[in-house]
Design a protein around this ligand. Structure first.
Ligand code: TXA
Ligand code: MG
Length: 375
């Protein structure tokens, strides 16, 4: 009877539940890895493979096959007008995909590829509209991760890959995160351990007259402007779009990851921030709520109340970027009602960190002295 029920269940869900292979890959043995060969075959045949990059895990499919790209949207529950990034393993692969590569784009690619920088160009006909969400432009990057590069080579085709999370959840930085969201919905997950950078690539639109930064990342504004002089910064990176405004990156118009609990960022002098968060935590606990606190290695010993999680060393922003999505995911498993987070200087890598935290907080910021912004 149990067997009968189970098989009925499997039959009814045949289209929904896939048998996902999860393969651990050791970096030393990538070249001969049978798992990479199998993964390449899956991509070639139009299937889905999640894989690590240096930024976050990606959910990959053959970028040149419309039906394969469609499967990505289905597995993630992603709106079909939100375009995908195409991943290549050699710079020469770019010529098959895009038109009009400017001298500035060449300089940026020479400086930062392979690496966490995505450039947007006018697309060639070979790139299907299913991959670009209906746009005439296409986003391309060359990842700096041995597993990602080996997979692209093994597949022999460019790989379209958004972050490998269910739409609306934080980007995955471990294979376990990918399993949480996509096991049963994709053919294979390559486990390369925790990623290095932890936030998604910097996106620069090179398709217009002036390069425009659409999403900040580990390639910072300072690094970009050392190479090219005229970079515009899309507003909407640190503040919400006003009614009637249309963001250039379609992904930015969608509701971004919001934790289950209400997240508030607290700004101000570090000592005042700690004091304000402690006060807020005690107040909420007195009212019977459960509170989470996002703090740093430098401040964690000063908190007593609530679920306290360190996001990294304030003195080393790259450690904060690396743990940001990890900590936000952790809070979704802890049963808290309110989360208070310290905030960070929005220069250099901090610009990208604050962009992700602001979006997660729905731009909800409190000044430590008690004055409220955007409230
Ligand atoms: O680091 C990364 O970029 C990761 C890894 C997997 O490579 N990928 C990633 O992809 O973050 P995704 O899909 O989560 O974010 C891509 C962003 C979206 O906001 C999308 O709207 C924007 O890039 N985008 C893609 N193509 C575009 C285009 N042609 N014009 C404007 N924005 C575009
Ligand atoms: Mg994403």
């Amino acid at each position: 009877m149990i067997i009968f029920t189970l098989s009925r269940f499997l039959e009814n869900n045949e289209e929904d539940i896939m048998n996902t292979e999860v393969a651990g890959i050791s970096i030393e043995q990538i070249a001969e890895s049978p798992a990479i060969i199998r993964a390449g075959e899956i991509i070639k045949k139009g299937g889905l493979v999640a894989f690590p990059t240096e930024t976050v895990y990606g959910l990959g499919a053959n970028a040149l096959q419309p039906d394969a790209a469609k499967k990505i949207y289905q597995a993630k529950g992603r709106p079909s007008d939100n375009p995908l990034i195409i991943h290549i393993s050699e710079k020469a692969d770019l010529d098959d995909l895009v038109l009009d590569i400017s001298a500035e784009a060449e300089q940026l690619m020479n400086a930062f590829w392979p690496g966490p920088m995505t450039l947007i160009f006018t697309k060639k006909e070979a790139v299907p509209y299913e991959t670009t969400g209906g746009l005439d432009t296409v986003a391309v990057r060359m990842p700096d991760h041995p597993i990602a590069r080996a997979l692209i080579k093994s597949a022999g085709v460019p790989i379209a890959a958004p972050s490998a999370n269910t739409s609306g959840r934080p980007s995955p930085t471990t294979a376990e995160h990918v399993c949480e969201d996509l096991k049963g919905k994709v053919d294979m997950i390559l486990d390369g351990g925790m990623v290095g950078i932890g936030i998604e690539s910097t996106i620069i639109d090179m398709s217009g007259t002036v390069p425009v930064l659409l999403r900040p990342g580990a390639v910072t504004v300072r690094m970009i402007t050392e190479i090219i002089s005229n970079l515009q910064i899309d507003h909407g990176i640190l503040e919400p779009m006003k009614a009637g405004e249309h963001p250039k990156a379609p992904g930015m118009k969608y509701k971004h990851y919001a934790p289950k609990a209400e997240l508030t960022l607290v700004e101000g002098e570090p000592d005042q921030v700690v004091a304000a968060i402690k006060r807020l935590a005690v107040d909420k606990q007195k009212s019977g709520f459960r509170v989470g606190i996002i703090c740093t290695e430098e401040t964690k010993a000063r908190y007593r109340e609530g679920e306290i999680r360190s996001i990294g060393f304030r003195s080393r922003p790259e450690t904060i970027a690396a743990h940001l999505f990890y900590v936000l995911r952790e809070f979704d498993h802890l049963n808290v009602d309110y989360i208070y987070s310290e905030s960070f200087a929005d220069d250099e890598l901090g610009f990208a960190i604050m962009n992700r935290l602001m979006k997660a907080a729905g731009y909800h910021v409190i000044q430590a002295e008690g004055r409220k912004n955007n409230d």
